[in-house]
Ligand binder design. Structure first.
Ligand code: CDP
Length: 215
């Protein structure tokens, strides 16, 4: 039997990362935050991003991201890096350079992967595919709070328009655009707490897993 994968895709600040890491912890599964790879390529800079992508020296250790010997966990979350990541993520050469590396995270006993194309391109045979959304206001508010909690200043209006622009670019690109897989379950988290979303995903996974045993 192949190693089970749960994919959680969706627009920026929909809560994918928080949900995915908690679901992974609850099941004892590995966790892939695919956006971090695109963010790392953006952070590394240089004028040949596909080469950077192919040679990324990165380590995911105890919730920290270590790049070239440095802890870049905080730096990577900056909104400016997110914007650069989405520009680079349009390039098919960068996407294909990262494809096998992402699949390499599929190890026993299972994987939870979050991003934009986890269910459509990277793990098309995932047991459960979730497309997590939230209203534009809820997402801007969450990102605003996230940044402020870290002592980083941003205005709600500026954040809101930056997120909107990034989502438009992610949804409009030719390769691996942001869109639900045909067999994805959509969840709108605008009015839900994090715990409620996590419980829903775990419940759906148990249902799918049971179904797959009888197939
Ligand atoms: O956390 P947030 O949703 O704001 O962003 P992220 O998941 O870290 O992704 C940053 C950018 O990387 C996105 O805007 C996408 O353009 C790109 N990305 C992608 O193209 N494919 C993925 N599987 C993950 C991220």
């Amino acid at each position: 039997m192949s190693v089970p994968v749960i994919t959680i895709d969706g627009p920026s600040a929909s809560g994918k990362g928080a949900v995915a890491s908690r679901v992974a912890a609850a099941l004892g599964f590995h966790y892939l935050e695919s956006g971090a790879l695109y963010r790392l390529v953006a952070l590394a800079g240089g004028n040949a991003p596909e080469k950077t992508a192919a040679g990324l020296q990165v380590e995911f250790r105890d919730g920290k991201i270590i790049f070239s010997g440095q802890d870049v966990t905080e730096k990577l979350r900056e909104e400016a890096i997110g914007v650069r990541a989405s520009e680079i993520a349009r390039l098919p050469s960068v996407r294909s350079a990262l494809l096998e590396r992402q699949r390499g995270f599929r190890l026993p006993p299972g994987l939870v992967a979050d991003g934009r194309d986890m269910g459509t391109v990277v793990f098309p045979d995932a047991v459960l595919k979730v497309f997590l959304t939230a209203s534009a206001e809820a997402r801007a508010q969450r990102r605003y709070k996230q940044l402020n909690d870290k002592g980083k200043h941003a205005t709600l209006a500026a954040l809101s328009s930056a997120l909107e622009e990034r989502d438009k670019r992610d949804a409009a690109r030719a390769v691996a655009p942001l869109k639900p897989a045909v067999d994805a379950v959509s969840l709108d988290s605008s009015e839900m707490t994090l715990d409620e979303v996590v419980d829903q995903v775990l419940k759906k996974y148990r249902e799918k897993y049971r179904e797959s045993m009888y197939r």
